[in-house]
Each structure stands twice: as structure tokens, then as C-alpha cells.
Ligand binder design. Structure first.
Ligand code: UGA
Length: 450
């Protein structure tokens, strides 16, 4: 734990996945943190000791550091004694694909009386050039003496605490060395290399890193499509490619496309920045298009296998954009459900944690079931859209008997299961980037027919 001389007072704006994790981790590092959000229910829950979002370890960390954490709806109260204000609000996409910075600006507006602040730091993902505009706004508000810094986060949902406390690097973009030192000091206790740079470069690091990760995923998904067409196996291909130290094994899991609150939004925002400057980012445009096609290709493959989807009952197993979170933003399962419904299918679904927006299509037209078995009961086929561990520990042979047909289709969109186990359990096994595998009984029947 940091000594009191190293302890600072921070105001965190935004109690979402980024702000709440940052607040908890800064408190764990010994700082006194006031978290401010505009949603009364969220603040009420936090004050009552409840955690409004699911993030492993977050509840324990907030409880462990409750002496150093306060929550408020009031921006003035949040900054009253703060040295540094951290902006962690969301920046959703607008119709043009640009980032909507209205929440960032409303925080900046609320800081105009906070002349005692040493620094304003942005952790939200913002377009390159935002820091320069914030600098101008602070100057115009008489806060020229308040430093400005960009300190992008690289935390992934589901492992955000681990990523925050053990990052690959700490990126700080600032106007001078003193500001870098101030922001770096807040991370005392974290062992990671410091990458200090100008503000615009720090903003670009964040956007470019997410775009490169998205590129790796879309590239892998394109290779997976070629594997399906040629009889190669994406798992063998990526395993061998990943052993090349220049390429590495990460972010090469073929699947149904990337989702979540970051990659889709950030890749579109970077493309918009490029387009707005007259330099179309063709590679990124292709990455985005591949991603948008991926869940549609899966539904088409299912349709080809089944002959048609009309009046077929399809179970979607997993609804969140990845396991370990309740977040459904831009989840590929949403596109899959919409497409299946558009094809006239009946859709059941299962997920241990998902929190869909109620009464919103397509989830208001699907039948959510409490267990995997309930979702599969009466289904003609199933598609795994999220690689939840529960699916590994499922008795697939017993579950097959709940479904229609002798060898129902199990489409493993995330390459999560062992194909030998699934075909031995009597399913027709489809997976991303791999050839269709049929149960031995089907293969025997085919041989006899031939
Ligand atoms: C991502 C980045 O990983 C973080 O470094 C970054 O800080 C964060 O965005 C952000 O900008 O805030 P996150 O969106 O939480 O984090 O989730 P990831 O684990 O990166 O997964 C994103 C999506 O890509 C998921 O839908 C996942 O299923 C998919 N994915 C990931 C693949 O399809 N294949 C892979 O190999 C890896």
C-alpha cells in the first residue's frame, strides 16, 4: 500500500466499466477517490454497497477499499477536494461514425470552477485531436494553469482489474514532463513500462491498438472462411502461425466477429477520422466489413445445412459479446438472432449473465430459457455464439435427446468444443473455419447409400 505522501485525491467521472474499475484500482493503490455518475440508480447502488456492473473481482475491491471511495451525483462535490479529475465517460458513435463527445464536454463544462485542480486526465477513448480542443476549452475557462493529459486504458472486460493492475505499459500523453510525472505517480505500485508522449500520439495509440487487434481478428476470420472452402482447419493453421514470435498467438481466435463497446465503435471512429481528413482507410474499411459479414455468413451456413430456416427452432447458446461479462453491446448473437427471425425461424436462447435491453428487438421476440437444456428442448439446431465455460461441462449426449432429429446440427461458432466429443454424442458439428463433421452413424449411412 502506498504511503500517505503518495496518496492523492481523485475525482472519477463515469461509473461504467472504465471509471468504476479505474476508481477501484486507484483506491487499491492508496488514493482517495470520489466517483461521480449522472445516473441516480447507479450511485444509489454503489452507496448501498452493490455493484451495478459485472466485472470479476470488482465488488471485492470496492468493498476492500470502501474507506477511500465515495460516490456522488454532484460534479462540484466530486472535485471539491480533488487534485486530479479523470474523465471516464462513454463516447458512443454518432450516425456519422464519429465519437459522440457530448458527455466528455459536459464534464469539462462542470470543471470550470475547479481552479484548484492540478490536472484533467482523459481515459475515455476519444478521437485524435480531442485533447487539443479540451486544452483550448480549459484555457478559455481561465484554467490555463490546470494541466491536461491523455491516459488511455487497455483493459478488457472480464479481466479489467488484472489488466489495470498488471498492464503491458502505461501510456501518458501530456504537454510537459511535470504532468507526466504527476499522472505516473498515481500509478505508483504498478510495475509496467511508461510510454510518455504528446497528447495526440497517446490518443492515436489507443485507437490504433484497437484497430490492429480488430484487424487481426478479421484477418483470421477471412482465413477461416478460406479454410472452410478448402478443407483446411483454422485451429491448426492459427496454432502454427502463432508460434512465429513476430506474429504471436493472440487475437487469432476465429469466430462470429468481434463485438462489445470498443472494437466496433473505435474502428468506425478511426475510419471516420480518416475519411474526414480525406484519406480513406481502406484496410480498416475491409476489417469492419468482414466483421459485419461474419455472423451473417454463419446464419447462411446454417441455412445451407438445414435446407431452410422457416419455422425451424434454433437455439442460440450465449448472448453476450464474450464470456465473463453481462455486456451485450454489439454482440454478434444479436445479429444472428435478428437474421434467424428474419428467415422465419423460432429462436430460443440461453446465457448465464446477459442483460439485454428489455423490449428491444430481437430479444423481445426470442424465448430466453434458464438452462442450456431448456433452450435446446425442441430445437432443430443450435449455435454457440459465446464461449461460456458451462458449455464445455454440458452432457451433450443427454442434451441431444431433447432436440429434434437423429443428428441435429450444433454450430460451434467460437470453436469452443471438442469436435470428437460432439460427433460421438450424435450431432452434426459445424464450426468456424473447419469442415462439417458428421456422427459415425450418418457416415455409415452415407457409405451404405453410396
Ligand atoms: C478491448 C481490448 O481488448 C482492450 O485492450 C481495450 O482496452 C478495450 O477493448 C477498450 O477499448 O476499452 P474488450 O472489448 O473488453 O477489450 O474485449 P476483447 O476481449 O478485446 O474482445 C473483443 C471482441 O473480440 C469480443 O467479441 C471477442 O469475442 C472478439 N475476439 C477477440 C475474437 O473474435 N477473436 C479473438 O481472437 C479475440
Amino acid at each position: 500500500m502506498s504511503s500517505s505522501s503518495r496518496s492523492h485525491r481523485l475525482a472519477i467521472f463515469g461509473a461504467g466499466y472504465i471509471g468504476l474499475v479505474a476508481g477501484a484500482c486507484f483506491a487499491e493503490l492508496g488514493h482517495h477517490v470520489t466517483v461521480r455518475d449522472i445516473q441516480p440508480e447507479r450511485i444509489r447502488q454503489l452507496c448501498a454497497g452493490d455493484v451495478p456492473i459485472y466485472e470479476p473481482g470488482l465488488g471485492d475491491m470496492l468493498a476492500r477499499n470502501k474507506e477511500r471511495l465515495t460516490y456522488t451525483l454532484d460534479a462540484d462535490e466530486a472535485v471539491a477536494t480533488a487534485e486530479v479529475a479523470y474523465i471516464c465517460v462513454d463516447t458512443p458513435p454518432t450516425a456519422s461514425g464519429d465519437a459522440d463527445l457530448s458527455r466528455v464536454w459536459s464534464v469539462i463544462d462542470s470543471l470550470t470552477h475547479a481552479a484548484h485542480l492540478k490536472a484533467v486526465v482523459v481515459k475515455s477513448t476519444v478521437p485524435v485531436g480531442t485533447g487539443a480542443r479540451i486544452r483550448q476549452a480549459l484555457d478559455a475557462a481561465g484554467l490555463a494553469h490546470v494541466a491536461y493529459a491523455s491516459n488511455p486504458e487497455f483493459t478488457a472486460e472480464g479481466r479489467a482489474i488484472e489488466d489495470f493492475m498488471h498492464p503491458d505499459r502505461i501510456v501518458i500523453g501530456a504537454e510537459d514532463d511535470a504532468t507526466v510525472r504527476l499522472v505516473h505517480a498515481l500509478h505508483h505500485g504498478i510495475c509496467a513500462p511508461l510510454e510518455a508522449m504528446d497528447v495526440a500520439s497517446a490518443e492515436m495509440v489507443k485507437m490504433a491498438a484497437n484497430a490492429l487487434l480488430a484487424t487481426k481478428i478479421s484477418f483470421t476470420n477471412e482465413i477461416a472462411a478460406l479454410c472452410e472452402a478448402t478443407g483446411a482447419d483454422i485451429l491448426r493453421v492459427t496454432r502454427a502461425i502463432g508460434q512465429d514470435h513476430r506474429l504471436g498467438p493472440h487475437f487469432m481466435n476465429a469466430g462470429l466477429g468481434y463485438g462489445g463497446s470498443c472494437f466496433p465503435k473505435d474502428s468506425r471512429a478511426l475510419r471516420a477520422i480518416a475519411s474526414n481528413t480525406g484519406h480513406p482507410f481502406q484496410l480498416l474499411t475491409a476489417v469492419i466489413e468482414v466483421n459485419e459479414l461474419q455472423p451473417r455468413r454463419a446464419v447462411q451456413r446454417l441455412k445451407t445445412e438445414l435446407g431452410h430456416l422457416h419455422n425451424q427452432t434454433i437455439a442460440i447458446l450465449g448472448m453476450t459479446f464474450k464470456p465473463g461479462t453481462d455486456d451485450m453491446r454489439e454482440a454478434p448473437a444479436t445479429i444472428i438472432a435478428s437474421r434467424l427471425l428474419a428467415e422465419g425461424a423460432n429462436v430460443t436462447c440461453w446465457d448465464p449473465m446477459a442483460r439485454p435491453h428489455t423490449n428491444q428487438p430481437p430479444w423481445n421476440q426470442t424465448h430466453r430459457r434458464p438452462t442450456i437444456g431448456d433452450a435446446l428442448t425442441g430445437a432443430d439446431a443450435a449455435i454457440i455464439a459465446t464461449e461460456w465455460p458451462d458449455l464445455i461441462h454440458t452432457d451433450w449426449a443427454a442434451h441431444r435427446r431433447l432436440m429434434n432429429g437423429a443428428s441435429p446440427v450444433l454450430y460451434d461458432g467460437r470453436n469452443h468444443l471438442d469436435s470428437a466429443v460432439i460427433t460421438a454424442a450424435g450431432y452434426t458439428y459445424l464450426a468456424t473455419g473447419r469442415s462439417t463433421e458428421r456422427p459415425a452413424s450418418d457416415r455409415t449411412a452415407q457409405t451404405i447409400t453410396l
